[in-house]
Design a protein around this ligand. Structure first.
Ligand SMILES: Nc1ncnc2c1ncn2[C@@H]1O[C@H](COP(=O)(O)OP(=O)(O)OP(=O)(O)O)[C@@H](O)[C@H]1O
Length: 743
């Protein structure tokens, strides 16, 4: 038999026999079996079940060969962790001496604000109800008097000893009864004397007060006695004092509750359990729990089970927040709020108190679920905002534009596809502005948008050239800097291009495609030279807001949407797997959304509110800042729109109809328009004949011009095709100009 020494080998032999010797194990040598007769064997051949082998006394030197019975686990502590690793691990595991809210000035201020507000409200609440409390005390005072008198009587008569005496009677224990009776007599005598003395002294003191004490002292004493008696007489089921606040379902989160929740959610098994690397502790208005899932379970799986976890803890889903822990993918950091934090409004925007903003630096936009301020920056990125109507899409986008407005060196372009009142006040500061899709006061907002986009596209291309040509000491990295942007000589200010309800423009029958292409270009290329695009839509689907545009936005903000698929459409593929699902937000969560791509971590933002009046206040200030700084430009400065901006499709068609032509086929109009302004009408020329006619009919219909069959004689033959009469076109232009000059 040979012995093999194994380091740290599990103490179990291949047959499952426990080895009691801890230092080494002995592999059993297979028993030599004797041949039981049968067929004679060839030399070197072994009979079934019979064999013989020599085991080597030592392992091979290189250790490359693996022998049966070798341990599958690597020997422990072969590579002890380096000191740096130990320090790093300990650094990560160390918990702060003081909780965050004590060390963080902003959180501390928030707690102080909350405490002041809370106690002021509570005090006022009770002060207002003092008359009610007084009336109740007065009403309960007689009952309190009687309760007090009865309690004193029971004490004097030694009522507490009665059950024992009665038991002695029932047991017919005469000796015990006599002993208890004697004790009772002595006790009643002593207590009777004390009670008589106390009554006598009390009565004397009351009479003395009545005669001698000043009336205020008498009043205070009466109030105190009545209050004490009223308090004593208050029924247990009808508290004297109302609660100044509704009691939330505050619960202490224990490891049992958390384990139950993870078990119920199927994230662990009863025999596996979960580990708690740190104690459960209170964190803000909620509890922080860090949990290690069983090996093989991941944070992503926990995210999918958020609903079940909430149910296991017995809270609403909106109260459970899961954070990834970078140290391990099976570690889940969970914050369980005492109440739905998203339904708590964060209040007015701090921009109301700001004299100006530096748009190069992050500005406050809202607060996260735990009340920490969220500051964002629009530099070098484009933002897509999406939500169902009335959830705060416009308001949240508008607070960003308001911050931009308060930096007089930011050039604003604002277009609102819905022509609502929300953006009207930006006319005070916006370089280019347009509302809706219908021509108003002679200005076609869609053409204005197309022209603005083209103007900006040219500017962006120009910026790339000029930045690359600037000397290194001015532009060290070939990128826009704050100094360059604020220096008017370079004419390269930061630009924020806002398009609300962008789907209205993208679905425009004539210019939709052009607008899409230009927006895609700007969202993709322009942020690097200081031009940020912010689009908002309530229809993020592929028809209304194609993915080719959505995908160009580096940052996304999704407020409540109808389904998780829509949430993914706004926030980008894979967002659902990361736990980002805006369809879980509730209707009451106005102005609350999921922000991705702007800061390192995606998360919830409860945006600050700036209503219409606040927006006006801020924009008046912004206008004054721009006037002072000489940066008011474009539409806001009252610059007369260029011909291109004013031009509508009517003018373009008029330009392509020759003087001598009384009527023209739609097909011919399309071909000539494509030559006249290829950047706008180039796409049309690819249409088929009938489609060309439909296109012309569609764009002229809003102007009251209808297309009909127009006959022309070609080579002696009459050809009928749809077209327009020049007279109709001129009449429509005259009508439009009349309205324009009237305005
Ligand atoms: N941050 C906020 N805090 C509190 N309430 C808000 C906030 N943002 C928006 N609201 C409320 O939500 C309402 C709807 O906001 P908003 O007009 O921005 O929605 P919307 O999604 O743009 O709607 P629509 O698509 O109809 O324009 C506002 O009138 C306001 O009362």
């Amino acid at each position: 038999m040979s012995e093999i020494h194994v380091i740290d080998q599990p103490d179990r032999d291949p047959d499952g026999i426990e080895n009691t010797d801890g230092s080494a194990s002995v592999l059993p040598f297979p028993p030599r079996k004797t041949s039981g007769g049968g067929e004679p064997l060839a030399p070197g051949e072994a009979a079934p079940g019979e064999w013989e082998a020599e085991l080597p006394d030592d392992r091979p030197d290189d250790g490359s060969e693996t022998n049966e019975g070798d341990p599958v686990d690597p020997p422990r502590h072969i590579y002890p962790p380096s000191i740096a690793e130990v320090i790093e691990a300990k650094d990560k595991a160390r918990r702060p001496v003081l909780p965050d809210w004590l060390t963080n000035a902003k959180q501390r201020a928030a707690v102080v604000r909350w405490a002041m507000h809370h106690y002021r409200t509570t005090t006022l609440y009770h002060l207002v109800r003092t008359p009610v409390y007084s009336a109740k005390l007065l009403a309960y005072a007689p009952r309190g008097g009687w309760r007090w008198f009865a309690a004193a009587g029971r004490w004097v008569s030694d009522a507490e000893g009665l059950p024992v005496r009665l038991k002695a009677v029932a047991d017919e224990d005469a000796g015990e009864y006599l002993r208890l009776s004697r004790q009772r007599d002595a006790r009643v005598k002593l207590r009777g004397i004390i009670a008589a003395l106390a009554s006598f002294m009390g009565l004397g003191a009351a009479l003395a007060m009545w005669v001698l004490a000043p009336s205020w002292l008498l009043a205070v004493a009466t109030l105190a006695v009545t209050g004490a008696l009223g308090w004593t007489g208050t029924p247990a089921d009808r508290p004297l004092i109302d609660m100044a606040r509704v009691k939330f379902r505050h619960r202490k989160l224990t490891s049992d509750i958390v384990s139950r929740a993870f078990l119920a959610a199927g994230l662990t098994k009863a025999d596996q359990g979960i580990a708690f690397p740190q104690p459960i502790r209170q964190d803000g208005d909620g509890w922080r729990v860090v949990v290690d899932l069983p090996y093989g379970k991941t944070f992503a799986e926990a995210v999918k089970k958020r609903d079940a976890l909430a149910s296991g803890i017995d809270v609403a889903e909106t109260q459970v927040f899961l954070d990834k822990d970078e140290t391990s993918s099976r570690r889940v950091s969970m914050w369980v709020a005492n109440r739905d934090p998203l339904a708590v409004k964060v209040g007015k925007t701090p921009l109301l108190g700001a004299t100006r903003v530096n748009f190069w630096k992050p500005f406050p936009w809202g607060r996260d679920e735990r009340g920490n301020e969220v500051a964002i920056s629009m530099l070098w990125l484009s933002l897509l905002v999406g939500a169902v109507p009335r959830q705060g899409k416009t308001f949240s986008a508008r607070t960003i534009a308001l911050a931009a407005a308060l930096d007089p060196y930011v050039r604003l372009y604002v277009f609102d596809g819905k022509a609502s009142a929300d953006w009207r006040n930006f006319a005070k500061v916006a370089h280019r502005i347009g509302f809706g899709t219908v021509t108003q006061n002679g200005l076609d907002p869609v053409m204005h948008l197309v022209n603005s986009l083209q103007e900006l596209k040219a500017d962006v291309e120009d910026r790339y050239h000029r930045l690359s040509q600037l000397p290194v000491h001015i532009c060290p990295e070939g990128k826009l800097t704050e100094d360059i942007a604020r220096d008017k000589r370079y004419n390269m200010p930061l630009v924020l291009f806002v398009v609300d309800e962008v789907q209205e423009y993208l679905m425009h029958p004539v210019h939709g495609k052009t607008i899409l292409e230009l927006l895609v270009f700007l969202a993709r290329v322009a942020p690097a030279v200081g031009v940020s695009v912010m689009t908002a839509t309530q229809k993020p689907d592929d028809t209304a807001c194609p993915s080719v545009l959505r995908d160009q936005h580096q940052a996304r903000f999704a407020l409540r949407v109808g389904a998780y698929q829509v949430s993914e459409t706004i926030l980008g593929a894979g967002s659902y797997g990361e736990g980002l699902d805006a369809s879980r937000l509730l209707k009451s969560h106005k102005g609350v959304g999921l922000l991705k791509g702007m800061t390192d971590d995606a998360g919830i933002v409860r945006t600050y509110l700036a209503d219409g009046r606040d927006a006006e206040t801020i924009l008046i200030r912004a206008q004054a800042l721009r006037e002072d700084g000489g940066t008011l430009s474009g539409d806001a400065a009252g610059e007369v729109p260029t011909d291109a901006a004013l031009a509508t499709v009517l003018d373009d068609i008029a330009a392509v109809i020759g003087r001598g032509e009384a009527k023209l086929w739609s097909e011919t109009i399309v071909d000539r328009l494509a030559e006249h302004r290829p950047e706008v009408y180039g796409e049309w020329s690819a249409l088929e004949g009938r489609a060309k006619a439909d296109q012309v009919a569609a764009v002229l219909k809003p102007h009251g011009i209808s297309t009909g069959q127009i006959a022309r004689r070609i080579d002696g033959k009459q050809v009928n095709k749809r077209g327009i009469l020049r007279a109709d076109l001129l009449a429509a232009i005259t009508e439009r100009d009349k309205k324009r000059s009237a305005s």
